[in-house]
Design a binder for this molecule. Structure first.
Ligand code: GLA
Length: 695
């Protein structure tokens, strides 16, 4: 009788075979299957050409058996390799735990697979050192999984400051595929994660696997093919970890989403898994308040009078949170000075931050403050007092970037100092929000311990000030990942807020992280990052897909545009309950159209995005596969966000009917024949409200 250990979610199955080998061996990781009276793996594997006489199947811990030629899951830096026996398997309907122990080495690995809300699996690996001496690990894998299935393409992302999250789709490799980051932060290419698409997978259908590591530092994701023809996937937080005698080390979790409902299905699972990590004040998300952030309004050039004028303008527009960005602390008139000295600049803010925060709060706005705790300028009192507190090679001048150095977050005294400075700010002043920035790569590397040091500081601060929300930022989106999601409530997606650039970037952000934590601002035109000119409605509609903010001085707007911006803020406030916390569905239409629906149940906002001018003479109807879930839908056209003027295209009669709406369509019609669309200019977004009738 063959014995299996299985974990089944609604759409996927993990199946390991027990007993025949020293360790459980993988039989399946993919779409849901019934195991039934499956024959033993050994019976299915004949002799392999020119191979060892002893079979070497893929175990749950490759590297342990002699004769494994592939990547080793848990490499020991020095000393003997890890060769455990399986000592326990505990299986329930919701989780599966496997314990592997090497008595000679004194090391035990406990691997736990669990089903998360929303249907993704989590993979957690915990190592315990029961030997009397430290054990050093290099690049330990959090998970190693078989890619036995019809996998065809790998989707990944790369990026730089102001050009985050560019999607790449590549075929499965003949030899190996690698995504490795070595800059100390997860980087502008986004979370350490990939999507795998099976043959025929689309946005809506087919088998898709999406994985991300809950980690903000260096990582390696590898898809490797061995001579047997197997593909193996591994995810590792890279760097050396030392396990002290008696210590237990938890490696970063993997969030593993396997869906048969295409990329949208896997994305929904990732969103649910990340939402599970978020820790909100009072235990639940409240309406995401509209921000006004001072950075692009005035950069370093501000004082109390200027900031108060900006805050008043923010309140008049309908904003709900004012964030005072960089430039408020001692000597900070440019980026060459001041990081590390977290006290108000006496010339700009003679009365300090407290009275300012009170005045802003009195306007009915929450007050938020920018900090960059992990950094220091050489020209600062902190660095003069503690030049040894930075990451540096012994005997060499430390390497600056943006004129700043990285504090050594591995040091307890550094973390204590930063905690005291931030705790004092939060205790003494009515600060409801921190924008926590991190503006450079780490050179030299502080390794995984640097990341853990930052987590520890964030954790301590959150425990002391659980009501304070935090925004994660790293030169725009250089550290937006599930590791940070445990401590923050929003990510600054990019310093590039050009509406066109944001279309693809925000879709990529949403591959792993939900819309309510995606910072999206309406910026000035021309856009500071790209120099491009775009209409206010277009910029605003794009920003409404995330957590809305304003990143400009409203005083620079003509009266009409000012009114228009206030109207969009009102639009977002009206619809944010639908836009956040639910599902995101994406797809594409004819002639370059993209669409995105956000909502839940039978209540969605649909954004139809036209980036470039149309080629076709008439817009073709837009098929919405998700509409098949309801028998009928009431459809209303809320906005066509475009460059209004004398050149707006003429519209069919239905456009006005849809505006006056609702107009009713059957679900099957919308799914198969499609929603008739208005004519749209390049750089425009049509926004609809879709209300579903009986399911
Ligand atoms: C980074 C951030 C910006 C702003 C500046 C301030 O670039 O991404 O939003 O906060 O730092 O220096």
């Amino acid at each position: 009788m063959v014995e299996f250990a299985c974990l089944h979610s609604a759409e996927a199955s993990l199946v390991l075979e027990l007993g025949a080998e020293r360790l459980p061996v993988w039989r399946h990781c993919g779409a849901r299957v019934a195991v039934g009276g499956l024959p033993a793996l050994a019976a299915t594997r004949g002799p392999a050409s020119f191979s060892l006489d002893q079979d070497v199947p893929l175990s749950c811990l490759p590297g342990a058996e002699q004769g494994w030629f592939g990547r080793v899951a848990i490499p020991i830096a020095d000393g003997q390799p890890f060769r455990p026996q399986c000592t326990a398997v505990v299986e329930t309907a919701e989780d599966l735990a496997i314990e592997l122990a090497d008595a000679a080495l004194g090391l035990t690995l406990r691997q736990e697979f669990a089903i998360l809300p929303g249907g993704a699996f989590s993979v957690r690996s915990r190592l315990t050192n029961s030997s009397g001496a430290p054990i050093r690990l290099t690049d330990p894998c959090s998970a190693m999984l078989p890619l036995s299935g019809p996998w065809q393409r790998i989707v990944s992302w790369r990026g730089r400051h102001n050009a985050e999250l560019v999607e790449l789709v590549e075929p499965m490799p003949a030899h190996a595929w690698l995504r490795e980051t070595r800059r100390g932060i997860s980087g502008h290419g986004g979370p350490p994660g990939i999507y795998l698409l099976a043959e025929g997978a689309t946005d809506h259908n087919g088998l898709v696997m999406a994985l991300q590591l809950v980690w903000s530092g260096d990582s390696r994701i590898a898809v490797e093919r061995d001579d047997e023809g197997r593909w193996l996937l591994s995810l590792a937080s890279t760097g050396t970890r030392t396990l002290a005698a008696g210590e237990t080390l938890q490696l970063p979790d993997v969030l593993l989403a396997i869906s048969t409902h295409g990329r949208n299905g896997a994305m929904a699972m990732q969103h649910a898994a990340v939402r599970h990590l978020l820790v909100w004040p009072h235990g639940r998300m409240t309406d995401r308040p509209v921000h006004l952030n001072s950075w692009e309004a005035c950069y370093f050039d501000h004082d109390e009078a200027r900031i108060m004028a900006l805050a008043e303008a923010a309140a008049a527009l309908g904003a709900e949170r004012f964030v005072l960005d960089d430039g408020w602390f001692r000597g900070r008139n440019h980026d060459r000075r001041g990081l590390g000295d977290w006290v108000a600049d006496p010339l700009k803010y003679p009365a300090g931050i407290g009275p300012l925060a009170e005045k802003v709060t009195a306007l009915g706005l929450q007050f938020g403050l920018w900090v960059e705790p992990e950094m220091v300028n050489p020209d600062s009192d902190l660095y003069r007092a503690h030049p040894d507190w930075v990451l540096a090679e012994a005997g060499r001048d430390p390497l600056t970037a943006r004129n700043q150095l990285v504090l050594d977050m591995r040091r307890e005294d550094v973390r204590d100092h930063l905690f005291d400075a931030l705790d004092r700010l939060l205790r003494d002043h009515p600060i409801a929000y921190l924008k926590w920035d991190q503006n450079r790569d780490h050179a030299p590397s502080g390794g995984p311990a640097q990341v853990l040091g930052t987590y520890a500081l964030l954790e301590r601060l959150r425990t002391a000030h659980p009501m304070v929300e935090i925004e994660g930022c790293a030169g725009g989106g250089g550290r937006s990942d599930a590791g940070m999601a445990r401590y923050v409530h929003r990510f600054w997606t990019s310093d590039n807020i050009d509406g066109l650039s944001r279309v693809a970037m925000q879709r990529a952000f949403l591959a792993f992280l939900p819309p309510e934590i995606m910072g999206a601002h309406v910026g000035a035109s021309p856009c500071h990052a790209t120099g491009r000119v775009q209409s206010l409605p277009f910029r605003a509609a794009i920003a409404c897909m995330g957590h809305l903010g304003v990143e400009m001085d409203p005083a620079t707007l003509a009266a009409e545009e000012h009114q228009e911006l206030a109207r969009w803020i009102g639009f977002y406030r009206q619809w944010r309950g639908v836009l956040h916390g639910g599902e995101v569905l994406m797809g594409s239409g004819a002639d370059g159209l993209l669409w995105q629906a956000q909502g839940r149940g039978g209540d969605y906002l649909l954004f139809v995005i036209r980036q470039s001018p149309a080629q076709d003479r008439r817009p073709q109807p837009l098929r919405l596969p998700f509409a098949a879930r309801h028998a009928s839908w009431d459809v209303r056209l809320l906005e066509i966000a475009e460059n209004r003027g004398p050149h707006c295209p003429a519209q069919p009669a239905l456009t006005e009917q849809l505006r006056a709406g609702p107009v009713s369509f059957t679900g099957s019609w919308l799914a198969a024949a499609g929603l008739p669309l208005p004519a749209q200019q390049g750089e425009s977004v049509a926004i609809y409200h879709l209300k579903g009738g009986a399911a």
